[in-house]
Write a protein that binds this ligand. Structure first.
Ligand code: HEM
Length: 454
């Protein structure tokens, strides 16, 4: 194949784009794609390339065809200044090769049909609690900040199903520490660091990133107490902790290994699902006729067979709504990989150590593959329309490093969204769509709230 050249962003434009990336990375990346096309590079220093790609062929190359050459863990470590590697340690998210294979083999047991179904009583219990709480609250104030409420719900479900059902956790404190930690590990923080380091270097000053260390200390203290309690048999563990305790007793893992995996689950396993549920509910609030159709579908399906649990119902309409919400609002909106060796990707040379950035947010709105662009259109997921789009639609990633928790997420989403829609009707507060921004996870520029009625 003929060698092609990756367009380079002119160096004098870098500060402008860096500021844009700081303000709103979603908008900035989309704007850069509009200007430079589906592949372009930013050179921050000699041998320090960031290559942005926005085409299914490149996605396929990086995440599948030549996936062993592109490491997520190394990309995160290269941006070690943001401290994400300190949070995640050597857990599944960061590992590669045989180490990853062993961790994946162990953890995948948590996502079997039986293991997923075992989480249902907890999901139901917490959901009933939330519905009761909202029923009470909306008597005086019908406006609910669903983004925050669902984050706390999913954190609670995750801790009760994967750590222990008999411990009491301070969900608010944990959520605040985690959000603070995530914020300082975002693309925003990374670019802020790069920019400051770049500006201070000529003055001989080496910029150090120390912000938000206190959040990590809080999370480490929580993790240490939980791990000590686990190995000393002070409480009955569930899910992940039950699995890791057995592994520890076989001397296959250490206390540090348990801590790392716990942090990886905190990082990947609840706000992703909470965000997906939030945007699905918001999209239904913004499309009242579709919301009614989904409600009717739920009611009809229950009429047909009242004994079948919501979790086990075939609800193709709700599934299409969830998929479309994940297209427009993919919680994990960007992927980073580091190239291990020099490579050629669809004719383009990729130097070793390049950081490859894929924005699923931009890819999912690419007009060539998604003519409906920014408009919520569930027909995108009719079989014939979706055909051939596997690498243009990547809310859960692709290749072997695809989300290990996707079946659990899908299950939880159907039960929780279905349960909420059976209890309430949702309306938006204004005709204008809320602004979207992102740290590591997509979120509303202002917290996403809706009006709720019985
Ligand atoms: C709607 C909800 C979710 C979304 C959108 C989501 C998305 C993703 C994506 C895009 C990746 C791959 C990132 C990359 O390739 O760089 C990923 C990986 C991962 N996710 Fe999820 N996720 C969700 C729910 C969950 C849940 C419920 C869990 C666990 C309880 C989980 C655990 C993980 C783990 C451990 C990885 C790393 C897998 C590996 O490297 O082998 N995720 N997720």
């Amino acid at each position: 194949m003929k060698k092609k050249t990756i367009p380079l962003i002119p160096p004098h434009k870098i500060p402008v784009y860096a500021i844009g990336l700081l303000r709103n990375p979603l908008k900035a990346i989309s704007k850069m794609i509009g200007l430079y096309g589906d592949i372009f590079a930013m050179q921050l220093a000699k041998n320090s390339n960031i290559i942005f790609v926005n085409h299914p062929d490149f996605v396929k190359h990086i995440l599948k065809d030549n996936q062993d050459n592109y490491s997520r863990g190394k990309a995160v470590k290269q941006s070690a200044i943001t401290g994400l590697h300190e949070l995640l340690g050597n857990g599944i998210f960061m590992s590669d090769g045989e180490d990853w294979e062993a961790q994946h083999k162990l953890l995948k047991g948590l996502f079997s049909v039986t293991a997923i179904e075992a989480t249902l009583p907890t999901i139901e219990n917490e959901l009933i609690g939330l519905i009761k709480k909202w029923e009470n609250e909306i008597k005086t104030n019908p406006i609910v900040n669903i983004e925050h409420e669902l984050n706390l719900l999913m954190l609670c479900i995750m801790l009760r199903t994967q750590v222990s059902a008999e411990l009491s956790f301070d969900y608010d404190a944990m959520y605040d520490a985690l959000s603070g930690r995530m914020e300082s590990s975002s693309v925003k923080a990374l670019f802020m660091f790069q920019l400051k380091a770049f500006l201070l270097k000529p003055l001989g000053i080496k910029y150090q990133y120390t912000k938000h260390k206190k959040y990590l200390e809080t999370l480490n203290a929580i993790a240490d107490t939980l791990v000590e309690g686990l190995v000393e048999g002070k409480y009955k563990p569930t899910g992940l902790f039950q699995l890791l305790l057995a592994d520890y007793q076989l001397q296959n893992t250490t206390k540090e290994g348990i801590r790392d995996q716990f942090m990886n689950f905190l990082f990947a396993g609840f706000d992703t699902t909470a965000t997906a549920i939030t945007w699905t509910l918001y999209s239904l609030a913004a499309n009242p006729a579709l919301q009614q159709q989904v409600k009717d579908d739920l009611a009809n399906s229950i009429k047909k067979d009242a004994t079948l649990h919501l979790a086990n119902r075939q609800l193709p309409l709700l599934q299409m709504v969830m998929k479309e919400a994940l297209r427009l609002y993919p919680p994990v909106w960007s992927y980073a990989r580091e190239a291990a060796t020099d490579d050629v990707m669809c004719g383009y040379p990729v130097p070793a150590k390049s950081i490859m950035v894929i924005s699923s947010y931009a890819l999912h709105r690419h007009r060539q593959f998604w003519p409906s662009g920014d408009v919520f259109t569930i027909e995108n997921f009719e079989k014939e329309n979706f055909k051939g789009k596997n690498f243009a639609y990547i809310p859960f990633g692709q290749g072997k490093r695809m989300c290990i928790g996707r079946a659990l997420a899908d299950y939880q989403m159907q039960v929780i969204i279905g349960g909420i829609l059976q209890a309430f009707t949702l309306e938006t507060l204004s005709a204008k769509y809320p602004g979207i921004t992102a740290n590591i996870i997509i979120k509303g520029e202002k917290p996403i709230s809706v009006r709720i009625s019985k």
